[in-house]
Design a protein around this ligand. Structure first.
Ligand code: TXA
Ligand code: MG
Length: 316
C-alpha cells in the first residue's frame, strides 16, 4: 500500500509505527524502512522484511539534535560541532549508546548510529510517532538502494505496512557515517555530506584502515548496492562493448555505439546531480534486462567519493 507523504499519509504512518508496524518513508538521502526504534519486536520485523543479517546494526532517526543527543552516552566536542553544523542533514554519527537504545538496534555493539534527516516528511513522521525511528535503507539486503517509492515497491513489495511516497529523494546517496577515535573523526562510509566539509569542522579524519577481523561499519560489506546485471567499472580511457545485452552508465557524455540502455548522470559533470541520479539510473539500466552494465569512473572528491564507493561495491 502506498500513500502520498501529505498530512493524512504521515498521520497514518505514525499510527502504524506507534502500533509496532513497519513503514517505508522518504529521507533526503534514500528511502528508509522504519519502525519504532525503542521497540525490539518492531525492529526485528525490519530485519526480516529486508532480509538483513542481525549482525548489521540500524540507524536511529531523530527530529532534532537535542533529542538525538539523548541516544548517546558520550559526545566528543568535535562531534557536537558537527551536529550543530550539519543536522538536519546527510550525516550519521556513531558514538557510545545510551541505555534506552535496544541491543537489536546496535546488533549488540556498545555504539549507536544516529542522524537527523533533512526531509520535511521524515521529520513530521518522527514527530508524530513521538519516538526515534530505526531505519535502514528500504532495499533488499545487498541490492540497489531506493530513491523513489517505486524502487521500494519493486524490491519489498507488500513487506512494509505502508510506503509513504515523497517523490524522488534530493541527495540520492546514503548519509556519510562518522565515528570518533581519541577525539578524531573517522570515516566509516562516504555519503551525501562530503568528507572535506566534515574535516573543516572536526579536523582531519583518521584513516579507517582495516580493523582486525570484523569491519568497522558491519554493513559496509565489500559486495553491496548490487544490480541484477554484472557491473564493470571502466578504467580511464577504456570503452565498453556495445550490444543488445549491454547497458552503459556515463558520467557526463553519451558513449559511442549502440547499447540496450544508456544513462548519463550529469550533462554538466556536476557531482551533486550525478549522486542524485545514481541509483535511479542503475535501477533503470537493471530494468533494461542487460546482462552487463559498464560504468564510467567519476572524480573521487566531494560526492564523487560516495559515488565511487557505491560503484566499487556494486561491481565486487
Ligand atoms: O542515509 C542513510 O543513512 C539511510 C537513510 C534511510 O537514513 N540509511 C541507511 O541505513 O543507509 P543502512 O542500514 O542501509 O546503512 C547503515 C550503515 C550500515 O552499514 C551499518 O552497518 C552501519 O550503518 N552502522 C549502524 N550502526 C553502526 C554502529 N554502531 N557502528 C558502526 N556502523 C554502524
Ligand atoms: Mg543500505
Amino acid at each position: 500500500m502506498a500513500e502520498r507523504a501529505d498530512a493524512a499519509g504521515i498521520k497514518k504512518a505514525a499510527a502504524l509505527i506507534r502500533a509496532g508496524g513497519v513503514v517505508a518513508f522518504p529521507t533526503e538521502t534514500v528511502y528508509g524502512l522504519g519502525a519504532d526504534g525503542l521497540d525490539p519486536k518492531a525492529c526485528a520485523r525490519v530485519f526480516e522484511i529486508k532480509g538483513r543479517p542481525r549482525f548489521d546494526p540500524l540507524i536511529l532517526h531523530e527530529r532534532s539534535a537535542v533529542r538525538a543527543r539523548r541516544l548517546f552516552s558520550r559526545v566528543p566536542a568535535a562531534a557536537a560541532r558537527l551536529m550543530k553544523k550539519f543536522w538536519p542533514g546527510p550525516l550519521t554519527l556513531v558514538l557510545p549508546k545510551a541505555a534506552v537504545v535496544p541491543d537489536i538496534v546496535t546488533a549488540g555493539l556498545k555504539t549507536v548510529a544516529v542522524r537527523v534527516p533533512a526531509n520535511p516528511a521524515a521529520l513530521a513522521l518522527i514527530k508524530a510517532a513521538g519516538r526515534p525511528i530505526a531505519a535502514p535503507s528500504a532495499n533488499r539486503f545487498g541490492r540497489l538502494s531506493p530513491t523513489t517509492a517505486a524502487h521500494v515497491k519493486k524490491q519489498l513489495g507488500r513487506g512494509p505496512d505502508l510506503i509513504l511516497d515523497g517523490g524522488k529523494t534530493a541527495i540520492g546517496v546514503e548519509s556519510t557515517i562518522i565515528t570518533f577515535k581519541r577525539g578524531r573523526p573517522m570515516l566509516l562510509r562516504p555519503g551525501g555530506l562530503p568528507l572535506e566539509e566534515i574535516e573543516k569542522i572536526a579536523g582531519p579524519a583518521a584513516a579507517a584502515g582495516k580493523s582486525v577481523g570484523k569491519p568497522l561499519a558491519p554493513g559496509c560489506l565489500k559486495k553491496h548496492y548490487a544490480p541484477k546485471a554484472k557491473l564493470r567499472i571502466l578504467g580511464p580511457g577504456r570503452a565498453g562493448k556495445p550490444g543488445t545485452r549491454a547497458a552503459y552508465l556515463a558520467f557526463s557524455k553519451r558513449p559511442a555505439g549502440k547499447y540496450a540502455a544508456v544513462a548519463v548522470l550529469s550533462r554538466t559533470g556536476d557531482l551533486r546531480e550525478a549522486a542524485a541520479n545514481l541509483f535511479g539510473a542503475l535501477h533503470r539500466l537493471e530494468n533494461s534486462g542487460a546482462r552487463v552494465i559498464y560504468a564510467e569512473q567519476v572524480p573521487p572528491h566531494g560526492l564523487g567519493r560516495a559515488i565511487m564507493d557505491r560503484l566499487r561495491r556494486a561491481a565486487a
